[in-house]
Design a protein around this ligand. Sequence first.
Ligand code: S3P
Length: 444
Amino acid sequence: MSHSNAPSLRFIVEPGGCLAGHIRVPGDKSISHRSIMLGSIADGVTEVQGFLEGEDSLSTLKAFCEMGVSIEGPVDGKVTIHGVGLHGLKAPDAPLNLGNSGTSMRLMSGLLAGQNFDVEMVGDESLSGRPMSRVINPLALMGAIVAGNKDGTPPLKVSGGQALKGIDYTLPMASAQVKSCLLLAGLYAEGHTCITEPAPTRDHTERMLCGFGYAVERKGNQVCIEGGGKLTACSIDVPSDISSAAFFLVGASIAKDSDLLLKHVGMNSTRIGVINILRLMGANIELLNEREIGGEPVADIRVRSCQLKGVRIPEDQVPLAIDEFPAIFIAAACATGETVLTGAEELRVKESDRIQAMADGLAILGIDARPTADGIVIQGGELGGGVVNSCGDHRIAMSFAMAALCSKENIVIEHCSNVATSFPGFVELAQQAGLAIIAEHVKG
Ligand code: S3P
């Protein structure tokens, strides 16, 4: 979010052009966070490569350094974590500042609930408005004491030294962050912690726990672990983030004469909703060189331009594409016909209210986009130009940048500094691929 006098970043993107060549987008944010958390509480030295050097994953890294973990890097995506074991973290001297990162705060609330010291977690203006009751309440059932504001927003104060017990819990919403939070608390709990999810969500925590030698039982929509084990250090190769690739998948689809190869992208089946949805819309996406690296499927993705068509987005794809909807809405705006999204109320509590922020921006560009309580209805059309507000949300900013590839006039996007939370070097990489984008610092 913008502050009155703080300098702010603005993108100015000229219309047209195409995306071509080979690019590699930065490392996966979800996997990067988890590599630091699990590496820190493992026994031994964990080596990570491909780590995302974005502000969010760096917030997690810094927090664990402040709890006494010795971490080298990142240098060119390489991080070395000297694990302190499950019970080796130390009380930090000051509250942990997690910036814009909801993943850090939600996952760490579970992990920290099992420590024998008190700790406070704070965040920026956006994070300070995000709902945390979804982790506070089930953690309380485990015997943890985590307190936020009356309305369940941060700061969060975790009281250490509680004896946690395992629970059998059904998530009220499809959330990998809540699932992961409870699994991490479950490491410290007596007995079994079993989580049932209403729909499959990203399973990086489960996969990575296995990679660290920790037994995880998975049956249908349920995942269980038993407390009291130990994690053994390992090597982690972080693939490129499909959520960052998504902007280019949409950009190359909507820009005439595009032919772009995205290299080494994570293709975990719980993350590929964006590919499934774009293919339903008629996108020309080819997967090459499919392989498995460090327990995660990876591929190179070739995407070429095509005329997209509007679709009704299947609700089972929503959790599998939860971070990619801002980009998908741009695809819908450039498609022929109507696109309807339902079952996506979670989009209203992301880094911004993504349904409203996208509807407002699309309206400025001349697109008929009607928000609903749990989704949006977008009529494909001709995009004009204008000044849109990203609301300080990295994914809104990058999505509108790509929209210029099929707009008639310049698109100016305000409050783009937070792009650095997930995609450092976005402007340079987008320029290299063919987007006519510049970034400009302005007074807030
Ligand atoms: C994430 C889970 C998702 C996603 C977020 C990262 C994770 O959040 O939106 O960007 O790494 O577990 P929810 O669990 O709130 O859906």
